[in-house]
Structure formats: structure tokens, C-alpha cells
Ligand binder design. Structure first.
Ligand code: TYM
Length: 333
């Protein structure tokens, strides 16, 4: 069986990008009998970007409810909260001692922070915590803890999976084969979903369309997607349009071909957005109802997570024991 694993950082409300880039492919992978799936809430990762305890907590609840509302079957999937697996921070340390500093220097998130500081004339490491700097090692621990082979993610995370692979190789080479080498699974068709302003849809840019907005608000958000000034009747370029890009992520091939034609024939922006709203709303409407019900019943969500943690620790506890021995940490005598 293939081990499939992925996580979402609990720093905000799940958005269309998370859904299309991670949750939807992960749920469909979990329905394949050849896969054994591990999906989790990355709440330790959240602390890197968010120091607001209420927000981290609320986001954990919302992201858990999102997975469940979208039909994740927790009898077949190991669904858990990262922080419930005490072996993960322990493994992070073992891996930290096997990770070259130079590798971390190359991580995109760290480099972006350094570049932004330089552009602002600040000291290059201004505001950079060790959490941000060694973020890819925590992520490697998430993946290697469960010997995952396949990691479905959006394009922005691919570098981290490659780093996890490098770290695993180094550990295996030094201490013998303990880890499977993970591979990123990216849906090329979808690429990186754009947000309201045309940049990558991201919590950090504040340009997201939350997945389970009430209908009216969803419509409002979709209406806010930035477009150019072309009038109705003027041909529009689908390939540079956020409206078209999101359409494509939700539509069938046939619907996409029709919308491409409509763009070329000069569909009005208002009309294209109306159709986009209808398409998205129809696909997520039922899940949104389940989501709202689940949020009213947090105890049920907690129960699911605790059940998942027990299943996950049945793997992680014996494995960390083996790894501790491998590095020479064991009782004397
Ligand atoms: P995070 O929380 O930023 O995003 C969760 C997942 O959603 C994908 N994604 C997108 N896909 C398409 N278009 C977008 N605009 C978009 N925005 C986000 C991300 O690629 C990701 O797959 N470090 C990770 C979480 C993590 C993880 C892991 C993932 C922690 N440990 C181990 C896989 C394996 C993160 O911050 O994702």
C-alpha cells in the first residue's frame, strides 16, 4: 500500500486554494483502496506564523470541521492533530541534528523574509524566528514519522518535500535505512490558485475566498476578484484571468472549454462571476451545511481527533523507540 500524508497549518479559515490544492485531492486519494492515508492539522506549524492563541485554537476547530464536512471517512483515514503526536517534536530534534544549515538557508519562506528585510533596509534576519528558519525540519518530521511515500500538496510546498527527502537520505545513509523517501504529488492541472488580487491565494496576503462563506458573502467575495477594464463584448484572455483560473479548478473539461469560448466571445465580467459563484456554490453547498452543524458540536470533532491520535501513535510510538536506539539513545546496561 502507498502511504499518503498531508497537513494544513491552523492559522486561519480554510480557503478555496487549500481545498483545491490539498483537501480535495487528499480526500479522493483516501478513497483509493491502494492507499493508506494520514491527514493532520499542523498546529505546531501555526505557531510559526501566528501567536494569537485564540486564532490558533479556532482555526484548528474550523479546519477539522472542514475535512469532516467534506466527507473524510475517519474509519479509513488516520486523521489527527500534530500536537497530539509527541513523537513528532522528538523526531524533529533527531532530524535537526542531521540537517545542514545550508539546506535551511535555501528554504523559500526564509529567503522571502530575508529579501523583504533587505528591501526595507532592515537587518536581514529581522523578525525571523528559529521556528521559521527550521520549519522544513518540522515538516520533514511530520512526513517521515509515518514513512509516507506520497504527499499531495500545492506547488508552494514542493520544495519542503524535497528537503524532507534530502534529510531522510542523509539519516538513512548515516544510521541505516529507516525512512521511506517521500514524493510530492501535485495536481498540475490546478497549479496555484490565485486570490482576489491575482497573487497566490494565501492567508498571509489576506486575499482568500474562504471555502464555507455563507452564500451571500461568497457571492460578494467572488465579485471582488480583480479584473481588467474590458467591457462586455470585448474578447478577454482566459489565461491571465483569476475568474477563469478558479472556474477551471471547479469545472469539468467540457465546462472549461465552454467558458474559454465565452471569454473569447467577450462575456461580461459580471456574468462570468455570476456563473463562477453558481458553480462553486453548487459544489460546496451541502458540505457547508454539514460544516455549520459540526461547528455547533465541537465535542464530536474533539472525539474524532482523539480517536485519530490513538491510531497515529500506534505507529509513531514504536517507531520513535526504534529511532532513539538507532542514534544511541537507550537505557544503560
Ligand atoms: P498551508 O496550510 O499553507 O496550505 C495547506 C495546503 O494547501 C495548499 N495551498 C494551495 N494550493 C493551491 N493554491 C493555493 N493558493 C494554495 N494555498 C495553499 C498548500 O500547498 C498545502 O498543500 N507547511 C504546510 C502544512 C504542512 C504539511 C506538512 C503539508 C505541515 N506539515 C506535511 C504536507 C506534509 C503549509 O503551511 O500548508
Amino acid at each position: 500500500k502507498q502511504r499518503v500524508l498531508t497537513g494544513i497549518t491552523t492559522t486561519g479559515t480554510p480557503h478555496l486554494g487549500n481545498y483545491v490544492g490539498a483537501i480535495r485531492p487528499a480526500i479522493s486519494a483516501s478513497q483509493d483502496e491502494n492507499n493508506q492515508s494520514f491527514y493532520f492539522l499542523a498546529d505546531y506549524h501555526a505557531l510559526i506564523k501566528c501567536q494569537d492563541p485564540e486564532q490558533v485554537h479556532q482555526s484548528t476547530l474550523e479546519i477539522a470541521a472542514t475535512w469532516l464536512a467534506l466527507g473524510l471517512n475517519t474509519d479509513n483515514v488516520v486523521f489527527y492533530r500534530q500536537s497530539d503526536i509527541h513523537e513528532i517534536p522528538e523526531l524533529t530534534w533527531l532530524l535537526t541534528c542531521m540537517t545542514g544549515k545550508g539546506l535551511m538557508n535555501r528554504a523559500h519562506a526564509y529567503k522571502a523574509a530575508v529579501d523583504a528585510n533587505r528591501a526595507d533596509g532592515e537587518d536581514s534576519d529581522f523578525g525571523v524566528t528559529m521556528g521559521l528558519y527550521s520549519y522544513p525540519i518540522l515538516m520533514a518530521a511530520d512526513i517521515l514519522m509515518f514513512n509516507a511515500n506520497k504527499v499531495p500538496v500545492g506547488k508552494d510546498q514542493v520544495q519542503h518535500i524535497e528537503m524532507a527527502r534530502d534529510i531522510a537520505q542523509r539519516f538513512n545513509h548515516h544510521y541505516s535505512e529507516h525512512f521511506a523517501l517521500p514524493e510530492a504529488v501535485v495536481d498540475d492541472h490546478v497549479a496555484v490558485l490565485q486570490g482576489l488580487d491575482g497573487r497566490k491565494m494565501s492567508k498571509s496576503y489576506g486575499n482568500t475566498i474562504p471555502l464555507f462563506l455563507p452564500e451571500k458573502k461568497l457571492k460578494k467575495h467572488i465579485n471582488k476578484i480583480k479584473t481588467n477594464l474590458l467591457e462586455p463584448g470585448e474578447p478577454k484572455d482566459p489565461d491571465t484571468s483569476t475568474v477563469f483560473q478558479i472556474w477551471q479548478a471547479f469545472a469539468t473539461q467540457e465546462q472549461t472549454a465552454e467558458m474559454r469560448k465565452a471569454f473569447e466571445e467577450g462575456i461580461a465580467w459580471g456574468e462570468a462571476k455570476k456563473q463562477l459563484f453558481e458553480l462553486v456554490n453548487e459544489q460546496i453547498g451541502e458540505a457547508r451545511e454539514r460544516y455549520n452543524k459540526l461547528l455547533e458540536n465541537p465535542a464530536q470533532i474533539e472525539e474524532e481527533l482523539e480517536k485519530g491520535a490513538a491510531k497515529a501513535r500506534a505507529y509513531s510510538a514504536p517507531f520513535i523507540e526504534k529511532l532513539r536506539r538507532a542514534v544511541g539513545i537507550r537505557k544503560i546496561g
